[in-house]
Design a protein around this ligand. Structure first.
Ligand SMILES: Nc1ncnc2c1ncn2[C@@H]1O[C@H](COP(=O)(O)OP(=O)(O)OP(=O)(O)O)[C@@H](O)[C@H]1O
Length: 285
């Protein structure tokens, strides 16, 4: 066992059980995320403690699509910041792809984060003066990838999210949904195995939200593990599993038996729009 692998008694119970249960192949895989008793306390003004997370334990396996829900202030963003290695917990343990995060140096952590995790935010966070292809290529500049490979990869990623015809557009020349698709392509640029999305549809209308969720579901079908924070139950119903936080605790963790298909809903919307437009044309002819 490597120094920063979870000791067997600390490993997720399901993983230990899975060793004995060879029939359950999915559970035999190592979790991408394994947290145990994770807690985060903020100290306000040197006096007051804010208990943002109070002992959360959770495993997320490769290929899962998890929606994180809960009321405002319940700890969702704090949890995402911890699993995204953007912040350190006050106590508890976190294994990211089998490595105990607390044992990693800041440099090791940064390398692991850049290699394994892609981030998508509510506000897109694109550079306003850069084109779509430049925005997507930026994380690869930091990763030291040569220009010709960067461009090739950025083109492929923009095509993957359906923006092949918008590569040279700046964010102000793109719709909100298109900007979020650029942000998703950028999040994928270093080939992560985990996508963390904090309210990715929070700034979008419901039609555009379905479009973005169709992209997310397609990526998940290709094997990408996704953890997504949302306030909206409709959005959470596109995920395969829902976890709910309240007052810094995990109070519910359930599979979604039949996730909605955003692609089907999107196609139905497009079809009904086409029919409406056809009817209008007929009325005017
Ligand atoms: N940097 C901070 N300093 C002090 N308190 C904080 C800090 N960040 C978050 N908190 C507090 O921790 C608690 C959890 O906040 P968090 O942002 O994780 O909740 P949330 O579920 O993401 O809420 P929302 O849905 O409104 O984004 C809240 O009481 C919040 O005020």
């Amino acid at each position: 066992m490597q120094a920063n692998e979870p000791p067997i008694d600390k490993q997720p119970t399901s993983q230990v059980v899975a060793v004995a249960d060879s029939a359950n192949a999915a559970q035999q895989r190592q979790p991408v995320i394994a947290v145990r008793d994770l807690a985060k306390t903020y100290r306000l003004g040197g006096k007051t403690n804010v208990y943002a997370l109070r002992g959360v334990s959770l495993d997320v396996y490769p290929g899962e699509f998890v929606a994180v829900m809960g009321p405002s202030g319940s700890g969702k963003s704090t949890f995402m910041n911890l699993i995204g290695c953007l912040d350190r917990p006050t106590s508890g343990e976190y294994w990211l792809a089998g490595k105990l995060v607390s044992r990693l140096s800041s440099d090791e952590l940064a390398i692991m984060r850049n290699r394994l995790i892609g981030f998508v935010f509510q506000g897109f966070n694109l550079l306003g003066r850069s084109t779509a292809i430049q925005n997507v290529g930026l994380p690869m500049v930091y990763a030291g990838i040569p220009k010709h490979i960067r461009e090739l990869r950025a083109r492929k990623l923009l095509q993957l999210v359906g923006l092949g015809a918008r590569m040279n557009h700046k964010p102000s020349e793109l719709s909100g949904g298109q900007q979020q698709r650029v942000a998703i392509a950028r999040a994928l640029s270093n080939g992560p195995s985990l996508l963390l999305a904090d309210e990715p549809t929070g700034n979008l209308d419901s039609r555009t939200s379905i479009e973005i969720m169709a992209v997310m579901q397609a990526l998940n079908e290709q094997g990408l593990t996704i953890v997504l924070v949302t306030h909206e139950p409709d959005i959470a119903n596109y995920a395969k599993r829902q976890v709910v936080f309240r007052d810094g605790r995990l109070i519910r963790d359930e599979p979604v038996l039949q996730p909605n298909s955003a692609k089907d809903e999107w196609m139905a919307l497009v079809q009904s729009t086409n029919e409406d437009e056809g009817n209008i044309k007929e009325e005017h002819s």
